[in-house]
Design a protein around this ligand. Structure first.
Ligand SMILES: O=P(O)(O)OC[C@H]1O[C@](O)(COP(=O)(O)O)[C@@H](O)[C@@H]1O
Ligand SMILES: [Mg+2]
Ligand SMILES: [Mg+2]
Length: 280
């Protein structure tokens, strides 16, 4: 696992330079989810793949930007699913973005996730590693230094409601309105990594990306985005659900499957469960 962490550190240093100097324009290609790929998506994907290709403990990798699983080393132990540049369309407006990695064993499935790592590229570069604990590191003088463990409070103050609002169900709209009426503050940048990082570091709150009429299965991808953060939220003392159950109990039928998802501290997620159990 240590060499995987080192590999991700190496990729983060290179992606930092790419973000700072690269072309933010579109490529002529689409990924499996139908998004037009930016040149930055393709280049950051290549940076990560080239680094992972040299790690003997990695058996296979799959990227949000690629159609298929790639074999690395038949005798390797780990499977890695990654989103090389989450929120890539925010680079041109200079908002924070990230990379997300889910580390699996045996099969790409929620029950096999054993660790996750994400990197936030903001005013500072930070890396959060989840195994049994959630540990945050910061890039200082070109080295990642341990800063703190992350633990959520039982209840937070932030609300990050994602997706197209005019496609929400009436009960979801009511839930979000009720949360704001209770004094929660809006914090939503459109980048999953900084939005969830903020909730984790400020002690709690709710991030939601529900099923909507335009996206009945949500938008966020299970293997590359949802499961890695679900592990982090659970190990930090919070929860991650699809409205009905833990997202880490969902089974994946295709590598690019998406799901509705809610991440947060316990009080807010219990509130979502209560509303969804009566309405969904
Ligand atoms: O604009 P929306 O629909 O709220 O979606 C925002 C979500 O989409 C994403 O940008 C999807 O990730 P990619 O940039 O990797 O495609 C998430 O980071 C974010 O939470
Ligand atoms: Mg993403
Ligand atoms: Mg992406």
């Amino acid at each position: 696992m240590q060499e995987i962490i080192k590999a991700i550190e190496e990729s983060a240093k290179k992606i930092k330079v790419l973000i700072e100097t690269g072309d933010t324009g579109k490529s002529e290609f689409e990924n499996s989810t139908g998004d037009t790929q930016l040149k930055l998506d393709i280049e950051s994907d290549k940076i990560i793949e080239d680094i992972f290709a040299k790690i003997p403990t990695i058996k296979a990798i799959v990227s949000e930007e690629q159609d298929e699983i790639k074999k690395i080393n038949e005798n390797g132990k780990y499977l890695i699913a990654y989103d090389p540049l989450d929120g890539s369309s925010l680079v041109d407006v200079n908002l924070s973005v990230g990379s997300i990695f889910g580390i699996y064993e045996n099969e790409f499935n929620a029950k096999n996730i054993i660790a996750s790592i994400y990197v936030v590229f903001g005013p500072r570069v930070e890396m959060v590693v989840t195994t049994n604990e959630v540990k945050m590191y910061r890039l200082l003088n070109n080295e990642f230094k341990f800063i703190q463990n992350i633990k959520l409070n039982e209840k937070g103050k932030l609300n990050a409601p994602g997706s197209t609002q005019n496609c929400w169900t009436t009960f979801h709209k009511q839930l979000i309105d009720d949360i704001f009426n209770d004094g929660y503050r809006l914090r939503y940048s459109g980048g999953m990594v900084p939005d969830l990082h903020q909730i984790l570091l400020k002690g709690g709150g709710l991030f939601s990306y529900p099923a909507t009429s335009d996206r009945p299965k949500g938008k966020l991808r299970q293997l590359f985005e949802v499961f890695p953060f679900a592990l982090t939220f659970e190990k930090a003392g919070g929860k991650a659900i699809n409205g009905e159950k833990r997202v880490l109990e969902i089974s994946t039928t295709h590598i690019h499957d998406t799901t509705a998802c809610f991440f947060g501290s316990n009080t807010e997620i219990n509130r979502v469960l209560e509303v969804y159990s009566k309405n969904a």
